[in-house]
Ligand binder design. Structure first.
Ligand SMILES: NC(=O)c1ccc[n+]([C@@H]2O[C@H](COP(=O)([O-])OP(=O)(O)OC[C@H]3O[C@@H](n4cnc5c(N)ncnc54)[C@H](O)[C@@H]3O)[C@@H](O)[C@H]2O)c1
Length: 342
């Protein structure tokens, strides 16, 4: 498919893997990322994998003029995948205004530009955090939206509602993709998760403990009502998430909206406990991790995993990577990163 796609946040973790997958599927990609939460070295990795240099607009999408400049230069954009946002739950609790300003102003500017330039096919990065503590598992797309646990999660809920209202007002074609726990790295180990600060997610914490960059991994809580007492999450390989975005765009571009839905869960569809992740990592990589059990962390949901049936059936998407692939690729990436930085 030789269509042009704008990927906001394309230098970030999920965005960079999606850029690779889009290029490999024939799309022309333009990125908009101000590098506030990423490292431009990622573009070298994208180029090494795809052989393509990607154009990046490095301005702040929360500024209307930055957004207009992109569409003035590229009025032929056929679809937009909007990843650019701040995503750290704890930080959002401390700096709510910063999160509302960045995440919502960027979205509003893009939506306004869609109307102004007559653009369609808007894909929004949402999150399973919109479900809060779900009543039933696996959680499907019809589950009720619960009170947001953090300003970050609230920006995703409000973002979804704003997009729905734009659709009602002027027929904006859109999809909301709710990710569970993206993890792992491109199999080449040329791109992967590159936290700008101390990692917030389990898998990079594990890999950095394994390489010795972090001294010890804390598992928050081992007295939850789960089989081994630790929290349960739905880990999905970042390349499977990337492929779902390509599949979503292809669907929007080729099928009438009556043949697909507005909201899709993107998860692997099964729950794995934190302890299971640690033990599987140790087994497949042949490494002993230095970990300890710590107090429960405020705001952690006990267990969540998603029903991904709708995405598999309607987007013609299938999971290609296993839980073991996630933990192996994440470690390969961490080792490659360490070697590069030495
Ligand atoms: N990684 C996860 O666990 C997860 C889970 C659910 C949802 N999401 C959502 O998916 C999206 C991508 O997540 P990620 O893990 O790749 O995050 P990331 O932080 O790695 O990437 C986000 C990118 O957006 C850019 N950005 C942020 N604000 C910007 C602005 N105002 N203008 C221009 N660029 C800006 C950053 O520089 C960064 O490169 C986010 O919207 C996030 O909320 C992520």
């Amino acid at each position: 498919m030789d269509k042009k796609v704008l990927v906001t946040g394309g230098c970030g973790y999920i965005g960079s893997h999606t850029v690779v997958d889009l290029i490999e599927n024939g799309f022309e990609v333009v990125v908009a990322d101000n590098l506030s939460r990423s490292n431009p070295v990622v573009f070298e990795g994208i180029e090494a994998i795809t052989g393509r240099k990607v154009e990046n607009f490095a301005g702040d999408l929360a500024e209307p003029a930055v957004v207009s400049a992109i569409f003035e230069k590229h009025p032929d954009i056929a679809g937009i995948i909007h990843f650019a946002a701040y995503k750290m739950v704890g930080e959002s609790v401390l700096e709510p205004y910063m999160y509302y300003r960045n995440n919502l102003n960027s979205l509003l500017n893009l939506l306004e530009a869609c109307k102004q330039f007559g653009l369609q096919n808007f894909v929004f990065s949402s999150s399973c955090s919109v479900y809060g503590n779900a009543d039933a598992l696996p959680v499907n797309e019809n589950a009720p939206i619960k009170d947001a646990e953090s300003p970050y999660a609230h920006t995703k809920q409000i973002g979804e509602q704003i997009i729905e209202q734009c659709n009602a007002a002027y027929d904006l074609n859109y999809m909301l993709l709710r990710y569970f726990n993206p993890a792992g790295a491109h199999p080449s180990a040329l791109i992967g998760e590159l936290p700008i600060d101390r990692p917030q997610n389990l898998v990079p914490y594990i890999t950095k403990t394994a390489t010795g960059e972090l001294e010890q991994l804390s598992i928050f809580g081992n007295d939850y009502p789960t089989e081994d007492g630790t929290c349960i999450r739905d880990y999905i390989h970042v390349m499977d998430i990337a492929a779902a975005h390509t599949a979503a765009l292809k669907t929007m571009l080729t099928k009438p909206s009556s043949e697909w839905s507005r909201v899709y869960n993107l998860g692997a569809g099964e729950g794995k406990s934190v302890l299971e992740a640690v033990q599987t990592f140790e087994k497949i990589n042949g490494i002993k991790l230095n970990y300890r059990f710590a107090e429960r962390r405020a705001g952690d949901v006990i267990a969540i995993y998603g029903d991904n049936k709708k995405a598999r059936e309607e987007l013609n998407w299938e999971l290609k990577y296993s839980f073991e692939d996630i933990l192996k690729s994440a470690y390969d990436w961490e080792v490659a990163l360490k070697e590069k930085n030495q």
